[in-house]
Design a protein. Structure first.
Length: 277
């Protein structure tokens, strides 16, 4: 299991360094690993805020991997931008999702780990990811679900100082529409994880929550809730379609025009015989 306590030295990341952030990473780790293991090809790109989950790229069938930090904590990774990361054994760069410094069709797999919600324009960021992804490649998107209790906390964060105030939650239906317009096909149904409260319960309630989670047979209400798209985080996996070449009609062989056919000699003889008779 990944050690989510290791972090970059430098500017602190309030959410992922907190106890709630560690809980969120652990909750999505198993589901995220299932989708990341399906990546294959020569190169893969991981765009995210915290480097620890990017270690999952070492478990997929990709030869080379690259980690791109976002501008939200660029100062934290500036020291290791060219020599690698103290956490990851892969090259680490600093940039923005809205303007990726890569050529077209350069990667066979891309993981956007809570990157769209930190982008100035999520649609532009997704379009950039589609540009650098090769046809037939996979894209994995992890982010917070606005149709959940975390969405309610996001609305509350507008009025107070909260780590979620600087995030833009992307509606799942809108995200699916963007993927369809960019030529992606969903590989499977979106996965939703962490149906718990968007806050850590008090110490006095730890025993109660532990009893519910360890109860034999589970909690019926909790099992029903897990079948609904109301989880705090969603994980989407899609494949970029390989568009066929468009057929272009050639003008070198224009359609032959019909020409009148003259009478044959047999027909002329028959007509002449009828006139004589």
């Amino acid at each position: 299991m990944l050690n989510t306590r290791k972090i970059f030295r430098g500017r602190p990341k309030a959410l992922w360094e907190s106890a709630l952030g560690h809980r969120l990473l652990e909750a999505q780790l198993a589901t995220l690993a299932t989708h990341v293991r399906r990546l294959h090809g020569n190169t893969a790109l991981w765009v995210g805020e915290t480097p620890e989950p990017a270690q999952l790229l070492q478990q997929c069938m990709v030869r080379d991997s690259l980690y791109l930090t976002t501008a939200a904590f660029g100062a934290a990774a500036s020291d290791s931008a060219s020599i690698g990361s103290p956490v990851l054994e892969m090259p680490c760069l600093n940039g923005e999702l809205d303007a990726l410094p890569f050529a077209k069709h350069q990667f066979d797999g891309i993981v956007l780990h809570h990157a769209l919600e930190r982008s100035v324009d999520p649609r532009t960021g997704l379009r950039e990811a589609a540009r650098v992804l090769a046809p037939g490649g996979r894209i994995v998107i992890a982010g917070f679900n606005p149709v959940s209790l975390f969405g309610l906390r996001r609305g509350y964060a507008e009025w107070v100082s909260d780590p979620f105030s600087a995030r833009r939650f992307v509606n799942p239906l809108r995200l699916f529409d963007w993927l369809e317009l960019l030529g992606f096909a969903l590989e499977a149904k979106p996965a939703y994880v962490d149906y718990r409260l968007p806050v850590l319960p008090p110490q006095s309630l730890h025993k109660v929550t532990a009893w519910i989670s360890n109860r034999k047979g589970g909690w019926p209400a909790a099992e029903w809730l897990k079948r609904t798209p109301l989880g705090g985080m969603m994980i989407v996996s899609a494949i970029k379609r390989a568009l066929p070449l468009s057929l272009v009609r050639s003008n070198n062989n224009p359609r032959s025009r019909l020409a009148p056919i003259g009478y044959s000699k047999v027909t002329e003889l028959r007509l002449a015989t009828k006139e004589r008779s």
